[in-house]
Design a protein around this ligand. Structure first.
Ligand code: ADP
Ligand code: MG
Length: 651
């Protein structure tokens, strides 16, 4: 029978270490929290090789008395928690009393500390948790801890470490979050000798945001402040025009603790409903404060999960506070403001305002289809010259004149540069002389068909094509009728997205890339940044040529030829987030990337497209090749003649 034995202390320490110390970022988090708990007003963190070989943290906090130094490294040694009852009101950040012991167990540690008011400091070296002797040392008040060769004695754990870049980015994320939750403390982060950021510690959240998340982001923010019941909400949200391609710039804190919460994300995004373009996400740095009894932060010590006693109270407080701020922004405060301007904008105006216009648009009407005024009655008369009033208004509706040409039409989309070849339905009866027919030799029948009064001709469309594109409404839905007396509404974006997705999925070659005139820089969240750096080759296969620009920024030099330069940054942001999320399942991640690429390269609702392009889409949809968009939404809606007759009470 096996003997029951107590584990030797260093084995127990190693097991405990596994729970507390997962990667360099967790070491950083514990040590920074200790520094904050020690009342430091300035903390400098330094890492090398993603923190795997070297982490050093210096604070100007209360310090540790020389005789207490070895005690601090004992398991369950803490100055912060005395009884189980204290768990209910955890004021300090760390409270388990095992961080230092756990970190020391899996690394080589040097600590230098001088307690406030003490004449001398002291130092201690620990190797795999085993302390040497305490030595008197001259050092400033405060504490410096240096952690070298993390996991040197636990090779199994070492195997789980990602590349230095990924670990370093995770460390940067931790420092960033602590800097944002403690604007009154100055945080400096150095990575491989280079300063990543340095917050002033002036107590202003915006200063911390500016320093830790970048200038562009900070300048795009609106302050918000409000409360609902006991729930207080404070911080900054992005203006609707500054939406991001991913949720990476949403940072939430609950009672000072960084959390990831679907509830908070949902409350934030609900407030932006109808104010942000689809596929764009608001960013924020939000502090939610509520009584300790209304939230359980102890769901898991190392995880960033919280449970609220009342989800609704928290949701409402965040939702209404954000909504109020957005509404206040829309109300004109002084003459010259544009109230509600973002509501009125079309997708094109949005693009024009927010992105550098690098692609030249083809002039409207330079294709075979003809723009006509959008009066409803015109939609059914697609071959009436009199109807072909040129209209360049935003409401222009393109109607394809199927009879105007009998050669394949090769047309390039003004928006995407893609070319389409459209062959008009062969059996379509020409309704006017063919362009290449010699003068005076137009077939008699056709000459006779030329209407004296244009209206009459369209009353009896002579047509045997299986379908006819009638036009487009709301710049989103193509109307089409088939020879079975059925009317179809086709969602052009959904249909094109599916087409792009299938094509991308079938494609085995790297995508065609186009160099950008000016490379675009993208500030990424640490996790996304790391994901991009890890996947530079994969991204290149997808047509994105990127380079590390340092400090969380990536430079995009080339984008796939069917992605607008203006969409380069948001597309990469979205790809990076999917890569960061999909680390565990590369195949699923690939499909996710294809979704993004398909969505970004597809024509969008609100865009003006040429008729030939739309007709090509209709062809794919009507042939049954496309049924659903890659997200599973239908691409077409059927209205039978009977449905319509019922609407008019004819049937
Ligand atoms: P905990 O933070 O849960 O108390 P730790 O193992 O992280 O446990 O730290 C043990 C003790 O060491 C702390 O309670 C604190 O008294 C002391 N300590 C750790 N880091 C610092 C620091 N940077 N400055 C002052 N005291 C510290
Ligand atoms: Mg601690």
């Amino acid at each position: 029978m096996p003997q029951i034995q107590c584990l030797p202390p260093h084995v127990a320490d190693l097991i405990a270490a596994g729970e507390v110390v997962e990667r360099p970022a967790s070491v950083m988090k514990e040590l920074l929290e200790n520094a904050i708990d020690a009342g430091a007003s300035a903390v400098a963190a330094e890492i090398e090789h993603g923190g795997l070989t070297y982490i050093r943290i210096t604070d100007n906090g209360c310090g540790i008395a020389a005789e207490q130094l070895p005690t601090a490294f004992l398991r369950h040694a803490t100055s912060k928690l005395r009884a189980a009852a204290d768990l209910a009101a955890i004021g300090t950040l760390g409270f388990r009393g095992e961080a230092l012991a756990a970190i020391a167990a899996v690394s080589r540690v040097d600590i230098f500390s001088r307690a406030v008011g003490a004449d001398m400091g002291a130092s201690l070296h620990l190797e795999g948790g085993v302390p040497g002797g305490t030595e008197p040392t001259g050092c400033p008040e405060g504490t410096t801890i240096c952690v070298r060769d993390l996991f040197y004695n636990t090779p199994a754990r070492m195997k789980f470490m990602k590349k230095d870049s990924a670990e370093g980015a995770a460390v940067a994320g931790v420092v960033q979050h602590l800097a944002l939750s403690h604007p009154d403390v100055s945080f400096k982060l150095l990575r491989d000798g280079q300063e990543v950021f340095h917050t002033p510690g002036d107590g202003q959240l915006l200063s911390a945001v500016y320093a830790a998340m970048g200038r562009d982001f900070a300048l795009s923010l609106l302050p918000i402040s409000g409360s609902g019941g006991d729930v207080r909400v404070e911080g900054f949200v992005t203006q609707p025009l500054s939406g991001h391609g991913s949720r990476g710039k949403q940072v939430f804190f609950v009672n000072g603790r960084f959390v990831k919460s679907q509830l908070l994300t949902a409350a934030l995004e609900e407030a932006y409903k109808n104010q942000l373009l689809k596929g764009r996400f608001p960013g924020c740095v939000l502090h939610v404060t509520l009584p300790a009894g209304m939230v359980d932060v102890n769901v898991h010590p190392a995880k960033t999960v919280v449970k609220f006693v009342s989800d609704k109270a928290v949701f409402d407080a965040v939702y209404y506070t954000v909504l109020d701020a957005l509404n206040a922004e829309k109300t004109p405060k002084k003459a010259g403001n544009e109230p509600e301007f973002f509501r009125k904008m079309t997708a094109q105006e949005f693009k024009a305002r927010t992105a550098p216009a690098v692609e030249e648009k083809k002039p409207l009407g330079s294709f075979s289809g003809r723009p006509v005024a959008p009066a409803t009655k015109n939609l059914v008369r697609d071959s009436v010259p009199a109807m072909a009033q040129r209209s360049h208004s935003a409401e222009t509706v393109y109607v394809r004149d199927v009879a105007a040409e009998d050669k394949p039409i090769v047309t390039a989309s003004p928006l995407t540069g893609r070319t389409y070849e459209i062959t008009p339905p062969e059996k379509t009866a020409p309704s006017r002389p063919r362009p290449e027919a010699p003068r005076g030799e137009a077939p008699v029948q056709e000459a006779l068909d030329m209407p004296a009064e244009p209206m009459q001709q369209t009353m009896e469309p002579v047509r045997e094509a299986p379908w006819r594109m009638v036009g487009e409404v709301l710049k989103t839905y193509i109307i089409c009728e088939d020879d079975q007396d059925t009317v179809w509404l086709i969602d052009k974006h959904a249909a094109h997205e599916r087409l792009r997705f299938d094509a991308l999925k079938a494609n085995t070659q790297p995508l065609m890339a186009q160099p950008l005139l000016t490379p675009v820089t993208v500030e990424l969240e640490p996790e996304s940044y790391a994901a991009v750096l890890e996947n530079l080759t994969l991204l290149q296969e997808f047509g994105f040529l990127c380079e590390d620009f340092g400090g969380g920024t990536v430079l995009i030099r080339e984008v796939p030829s069917d992605i607008l330069a203006a969409d380069a940054a948001s597309t990469l942001e979205e790809l990076a987030q999917k890569l960061a999320l999909g680390r565990t399942d590369p195949a699923a991640a690939r499909d996710e990337l294809l979704h993004t690429m398909a969505c970004k390269s597809a024509i969008k609702a609100g865009m003006t497209n040429d008729a030939a392009e739309l007709a090509a889409l209709v062809e794919k949809v009507q042939s049954g090749e496309i049924l659903y968009c890659p997200h599973g939404r239908p691409v077409k809606y059927k209205l039978s003649k009977y449905d319509i007759e019922k609407m008019f009470k004819r049937a």
